[in-house]
Design a protein around this ligand. Structure first.
Ligand code: ATP
Length: 218
């Protein structure tokens, strides 16, 4: 038995709607790294960006339905409870303060988000608060475009999963999770054309979308 502390993780997203491209790779990541808890953090979207089609309450309802029978996951609505969009680094600082200095904490992002990370507010501070756990995502480059950023990645990259529990923060894990070629955009587009999405998200979420008449219009 290992005496290292448990590894917990946070996973932010718009979840408009939550789908198997979120749930399956994260469940595989939990197997790969020994993650014991994943907290989903639905985001507000800044006003200058295209707004989610579902309301915050609908996005939360879909997350609740998706995780009802998945004990790995829990939900934290703090970003939606605030009226304004939050910087990820600020939410992570808050969670770090609540969970203490020693708790190993990962922040899960898809490969596409890793590529845009250098544009995030105070992105280099993220690693002082958590590890970054990166899911593979088909169709996106697997390396950062800039040489200095690649050096940063290599300097922090974990080569052994135990490194994620041996320190509270500071490592980057490039996961070997299965590639799921799916996005919420594709699902909204299919639904707009009246196409079936039953294989793409949990049945309870599909039933909710049908009941609420979501994503029928552009
Ligand atoms: P949209 O198509 O509306 O932009 P999305 O499907 O990319 O949505 P988000 O809620 O924006 O979903 O994503 C939240 C996080 O999940 C991001 O870090 C993103 O990289 C990751 N993610 C989403 N879909 C996948 C997927 N199929 N494989 C791996 N990571 C994913």
């Amino acid at each position: 038995m290992s005496t290292l502390p448990e590894l917990h993780a946070l996973f932010g997203g718009t979840f408009d709607p939550i789908h198997y491209g979120h749930l399956l790779p994260v469940s595989a990541l939990a197997e790969e790294t020994g993650l014991s808890r994943v907290t989903l953090l639905p985001n507000n979207v800044p006003p200058h960006r295209p707004q989610p089609q579902a309301t915050p309450a609908q996005r939360v309802a879909m997350v609740r339905l998706a995780i009802a029978d998945r004990p790995l996951f829990q939900l934290d609505t703090r970003e939606l409870d605030r009226d304004a969009p939050s910087w990820t680094v600020e939410t992570l600082a808050q969670l770090r303060a609540e969970r203490g200095d020693q708790q190993p904490l990962g922040f899960i992002i898809g490969q596409d988000s890793l590529l845009t990370l250098p544009r995030w507010h105070r992105w280099q501070a993220l690693l002082s608060l958590c590890h970054l756990l990166v899911l593979t995502r088909p169709g996106y480059a697997t390396t950062l475009p800039d040489a200095a950023q690649r050096r940063w990645l290599e300097a922090h990259r974990a080569t052994d999963v135990d490194q994620l529990r041996a320190a509270p923060a500071g490592r980057i894990w490039l996961a070997a999770t299965p590639e799921v070629d799916l996005s919420a955009t594709q699902i909204r587009e299919r639904l707009r054309h009246g196409q079936n999405c039953n294989q793409l998200l949990p049945p309870a979420v599909a039933a909710y979308i049908a009941r609420e008449g979501l994503y029928r219009d552009a």
